[in-house]
Design a protein around this ligand. Structure first.
Ligand SMILES: Cc1cc2nc3c(=O)[nH]c(=O)nc-3n(C[C@H](O)[C@H](O)[C@H](O)COP(=O)(O)O)c2cc1C
Length: 331
């Protein structure tokens, strides 16, 4: 059985990528994922806030009161010469992970604004990353900010990152855009090599004991796969980009469906956090068995076979079937 696929120009031995999570933060757990058969790993993110935190702290100590002590500033190095401990630690981890593994390692930068933090794209490349995933998730709370301005912000971050690296680049999209299909096209025009469809934003809740709003990491189940399938199916063959299905990939069935909808590869985070890295092996085994039973010989053969372009029921991915689906519910 040929499970090979291509993602961002990388040759993957199978379509299972470990998505960014605490499991992809250490050499040990990434080695376990590799041993279980995962084809590539996206490291947990290096966040804009982590990079900027230290730069802001340095600025504060250097420039607070600088009017009165201007001459004293000349004793200090410029802030961009100073090392950012957290971000430097990430680079060291990446270099160590690269040394310890033989699978592609995709670094992840996570932020929303243009600025000095995007220089880290270059440092990640120098530290040995095989590709870069850029997670831009902005929740607009400014009522006067129109969709055009928000979209421009995403594209500006992409442009800044592109000027700092020649690594293959994926944008991890969210489904919040007015027209995700058009946004995917604009990312393509902006020079990305692939899209991750989709990120799953953190969960908002209210703690009734402390009476405060809280945010929690959001574990998914297979029932969250629907939007991923819909948009992979719509984008397949309409953009010239690699697609990685993400959110709701838990089982072999989920991987097979995502490939058929048009994804070149799949990313798994919650399922690995819940079941451990060894879950990869059982997913690959079940997937291979299913393919043998249905007489598929390769993963490539399946990709996009039930996308919007190829399905005999395109209405399932669009509005036209919406009324029938709701009205046919029997209770
Ligand atoms: C605990 C936790 C930590 C995560 N950390 C990151 C991260 O650092 N960067 C990122 O882009 N996504 C992060 N994610 C999102 C996952 O990579 C993934 O996009 C999301 O969980 C949906 O996929 P899933 O259904 O396989 O869990 C995290 C998710 C969880 C649950």
């Amino acid at each position: 059985m040929n499970l090979k696929t291509k993602y961002l120009g990388l040759e993957l031995k199978n379509p299972l990528i470990a998505g960014a999570s605490p499991l992809t933060a250490s050499v040990d757990s990434i080695k376990r994922l590799e041993d279980a058969g995962v084809a590539a790993v996206v490291m947990h993110s290096l966040f804009e806030e982590q990079i900027n935190k230290q730069l802001h702290a340095i600025d504060y100590f250097l420039f607070n009161g600088s009017d009165s002590y201007a001459e004293s500033l000349s004793y200090f190095p410029a802030s961009d010469c100073l090392q950012n401990a957290e971000a430097e630690h990430y680079l060291e981890d990446l270099a160590e992970i690269k040394k310890a593994t033989d699978i592609p390692i995709i670094a992840s930068l996570n932020g929303v604004s243009s600025g000095g933090w995007v220089n880290y794209a270059k440092k990640l490349q120098e530290a040995g990353a095989d590709a870069l995933e850029l997670n831009i998730t902005y929740i607009p709370t400014d009522f006067s900010m129109d969709s055009h301005k928000i979209e421009r912000m995403y594209l500006d971050v992409l442009k800044d990152v592109k000027t700092n690296t020649s690594l293959p680049l994926a944008v991890k999209m969210n489904a919040y855009f007015t027209n995700p299909a058009q946004m995917a096209k604009r990312f393509e025009e902006g020079g990305v090599d692939g899209l991750v469809i989709f990120d799953n934003p953190v969960r908002v809740d209210i703690d009734l004991e402390t009476l405060t709003a809280v945010q929690k990491a959001n574990l998914t189940s297979s029932s969250n796969l629907s939007e991923t399938l819909r948009w992979c199916a719509i984008l397949y063959s309409n953009v010239n980009l690699s697609l990685a299905a993400s959110t709701g990939i838990h089982s072999a069935e989920d991987v097979l469906k995502a490939l058929m909808s048009g994804a070149n590869a799949t990313q798994m985070a919650s399922a690995l956090l819940q079941n451990g890295p060894e879950h990869v092996k059982s997913v690959l085994d079940e997937m291979t068995l299913w393919m043998q039973e249905k007489e598929y010989v390769s993963v490539e053969q399946m990709i996009g076979s039930i996308s919007l372009k190829h399905t005999d029921n395109p209405a399932a991915f669009e509005r036209s079937n919406y009324m029938r689906a709701l009205l046919s519910y029997r209770y």
